[in-house]
Design a protein around this ligand. Sequence first.
Ligand SMILES: Cc1cc2nc3c(=O)[nH]c(=O)nc-3n(C[C@H](O)[C@H](O)[C@H](O)COP(=O)(O)OP(=O)(O)OC[C@H]3O[C@@H](n4cnc5c(N)ncnc54)[C@H](O)[C@@H]3O)c2cc1C
Length: 383
Amino acid sequence: MNYDVMIAGAGAGGVPAAVAAARRGAKTLLLETGAAPGGTMTAGLGFPVCGLFENEVSRPPRLLNGGLSEEFFNAVCEADRDPVVTMGRVYVCRCSAALFRSIFERWLDHKNLTFIPRITGLEAETSGGKIGPLRFRTSDGVQQTVFPKQVIDCTGQGAVIRQSGAARIEPAKLPLAGFAVRLCGIGPDLLLSVKVPYQLRKAVEAGALPDWCRFTFFSPGHPDGREAVCKFSPPAAFTTDETFAVVQRALAVLRAEIPAFQTLEIIECSPAVLQREGVRLKGRYVLTGDDVRAARTFGDAAARGAWPMEYWDAGNGPQYTFVETGPFYEIPLRALRSETFQNLWAAGRALSADSAALSSVRVIGTAMAAGEACGRAAVENVI
Ligand SMILES: Cc1cc2nc3c(=O)[nH]c(=O)nc-3n(C[C@H](O)[C@H](O)[C@H](O)COP(=O)(O)OP(=O)(O)OC[C@H]3O[C@@H](n4cnc5c(N)ncnc54)[C@H](O)[C@@H]3O)c2cc1C
């Protein structure tokens, strides 16, 4: 089957890339290994959407990017009249994982767009400086071969980049990863957001839990307080089973120490350990931490970002470095385009950036804007 644009990965970068391409008239294919769109946002059981606004909380929030970012924000506002909240020096947009997914599902319903979830075994051939054809298996095990003119890797782990042998950036050292658990059976207690980290820190100091349990966040998720989400930050190399075993020990500590947690149960958890950084594209430009810090702008700007560089250091937890000299930095189109293959692009966590810059551009708002820019640029390059 022939397509103008093929995107791998239906997360924060991939869905806007596919929708941007389809709305510009391109015959578009979006492939996803999971069952539904949403990516890390849904696997993480919901995050505040970062990277939508300029980092200037002394004045009202200003969107960094128009297009799908603005459409997304308007859709969130229809469900929650006042979704913007401040977190220290930055604005974020509250959005549940369910709302995020439903906005993406609505966008994907487009006549030019085919979405195939639950694929396996994606493989890419290359020839003459181009990528393609690509092969994959559908959920019923049938092998498909597709011939896209342009290919966008939004898998968050450089699946197409690795498969095709395109020049890539391998992280030297990985930041802490993430793993979320949704909890129920919680009794009334207004101080849980303080008590949970306090008790976990005490258990770490007593040697009952590993050090990374110090960086756990607890967010009461339900208005009646009986449900909540707890976010752990395991080392990137931990398996899901290893992480889950520690999470169960941590919850045993909380049950023993906090009366409101006596009947605490897990009702849902992340399907895997969620990586903040991985293999990504080596593009025609590598965005750097200095570019982000200095609010650098570019002649071929494709999208804007402003989220502080947020590096999850194994020893010290999250470390923030703010964009200092301007309201935003720009991502050049060259950082979305492969230096190896003319028709290969990447957005989201797979775009071309050093580790410091990636710790800013990876957030959902910026991933969406870069994804949309990638989809647009890919269509302009369809010959
Ligand atoms: C622990 C943690 C906490 C975070 N907290 C926040 C936060 O509070 N706010 C915020 O804005 N951002 C947050 N982020 C960042 C953000 O969620 C991600 O960086 C962002 O989702 C990246 O978008 P993406 O499209 O690159 O990847 P993803 O959203 O991860 O999407 C990638 C998609 O590709 C699919 N895929 C993988 N391999 C293949 C393949 N071979 N073929 C087809 N599909 C494939 C995956 O199933 C997935 O659906 C957090 C990230 C982590 C890990």
